[in-house]
Write a protein that binds this ligand. Sequence first.
Ligand SMILES: Cc1cc2nc3c(=O)[nH]c(=O)nc-3n(C[C@H](O)[C@H](O)[C@H](O)COP(=O)(O)OP(=O)(O)OC[C@H]3O[C@@H](n4cnc5c(N)ncnc54)[C@H](O)[C@@H]3O)c2cc1C
Ligand code: SF4
Length: 509
Amino acid sequence: MKELRLILGDQLNSQHSWFQQHEPHIDYVLMEVRSETDYCQHHIQKVVGIFLAMRDFAQVLSDAGHNVIYISLDDPGNQQSICANLAKLLANKTYHTWSWQQPDEYRLAQALQGFANNEITPSYCVSTEHFLADQSVVAKLFKPGTQHFLMETFYRHMRKREHVLMAANGKPVSGKWNHDAANRAAYDGAVPIPEPLSFANKCQHIVDMLQRCHVKTIGEVSGTLDWPINRTQALQLLNDFISHQLVHFGRYQDALVDGQGTLFHSRLSFALNLKLLSPREVIQAAEHAWLQGQVDIAACEGFIRQILGWREYMRCLYWHLYPGMSESNHFAHHNALPSWFWTGDTQMRCLSQAIKQSLATGYAHHIQRLMVTGNFALLAGVSPSAVNEWYLGIYVDAFEWVQWPNTHGMSQYAEGGRIATKPYVASGAYIHRQGDHCRHCHYDVKAKSGNNSCPLNSFYWHFIDRHFDLLRPNHRMAIVLKNWQQRKPEDKQVVIKQAEQYLRNINQL
Ligand SMILES: Cc1cc2nc3c(=O)[nH]c(=O)nc-3n(C[C@H](O)[C@H](O)[C@H](O)COP(=O)(O)OP(=O)(O)OC[C@H]3O[C@@H](n4cnc5c(N)ncnc54)[C@H](O)[C@@H]3O)c2cc1C
Ligand code: SF4
């Protein structure tokens, strides 16, 4: 009874039960296809990284004695879509059954289920055995009709269920569930920023193949790739993070430093999203470091919250809300992204740094994504679908199940507060407080109007003014709304005019 098993490019989990036995009647298939390289314009490092990791994974399986079929992008027999390649493989009728792991993205889940429904060879779908929370946990945890989901509720449920940082009495080990208040410092130079670990994986052959096949990408790559492409490298990155960055992760999590793109962040998202690492082992490594006294509880809990809380929560919300909410646009924003989002050529220092770094590396840390590029797009009234497309393309870790709830829900507030409790908007004062970009900027962060005034200042109040009625029911916005309401009409007018002038010339900022 021969079986064909499909492995997608983000399902490189060598710990999966599929691979624990060698079964000669099973063939595993991995494929590089145009339907995946072209569904959006990806960063070149993302495509190169995934293809390198897939090839490495195929080799590991093959070396371990498994039967592997690998279809490269330039294979003349490649049908260039996952389902068309499957159809071709199944058409020769040597397989009695075929199977696949549950995709994380809706579009692939739909495509594979649709294909399975029409294919005469019997099939079945199995779990990826990666995530800790079942997709349905949000539906179980929150009452039917819930309009606003709270990450904290989900996180506490997961902490208890997985017994992470929990005392025997069922309470959190430190007496507190959340050490977020200790996670907001600006970088003060008290400790040096560690050099990020990179891997110099040779990749020119993949770059050449993409060029030969005319695959359109964004961003840059040299002849080598810094991202981990197999489990050994992913574990090295995890160990390096636990040894050097975790200790200060919590404290400087929200910091912005000119010329520094990674700070104390782990850069583990690419390895995690490809499933080279399991979230459980990452959480256990952090918890172990705390138990050994290497890091304090605020650092450890702050990091674990990102994995056990945000990452799992965002995935569950994606499956709960998508695709019903995929087109939502709470603020009815329809502007285009400024052209400099594809070059970084703007005089706004915070944006120029975040965008240039994203183009060069395919990476930006959370505060750059949320409070620099995301904040700008929301204040400038950019359409959520344009923002989604940019984020889905530019980051090496961008897969819709995690990108969409973060961009559409958290950053752009496009589904009206189901994911975020308030819009993440800020004036230049926030960027100034969190780092030193403003010191090097053409614009004056203290000025609210005038030619050199920081555009984020007038944009912020323009946003508050134009959405005043929509924001009014949100009690977390009450102080800001009151502040705006109490301003003299002539003062308000100056700020609004300034924002409008900047918005008209957005490509020249
Ligand atoms: C607009 C926007 C878009 C984003 N798009 C993506 C995306 O496409 N892919 C992606 O993996 N993350 C995305 N994030 C979440 C987060 O910014 C990245 O996971 C993080 O910056 C990756 O860098 P890191 O590995 O150094 O993370 P660290 O800061 O070291 O955090 C550790 C890990 O926690 C997880 N994590 C942290 N925050 C989140 C979050 N909000 N949601 C889900 N997981 C989280 C990640 O797996 C990350 O690797 C996005 C955030 C925003 C605001
Ligand atoms: S002055 Fe404004 S635009 Fe310039 S770096 Fe500061 S916040 Fe950014």
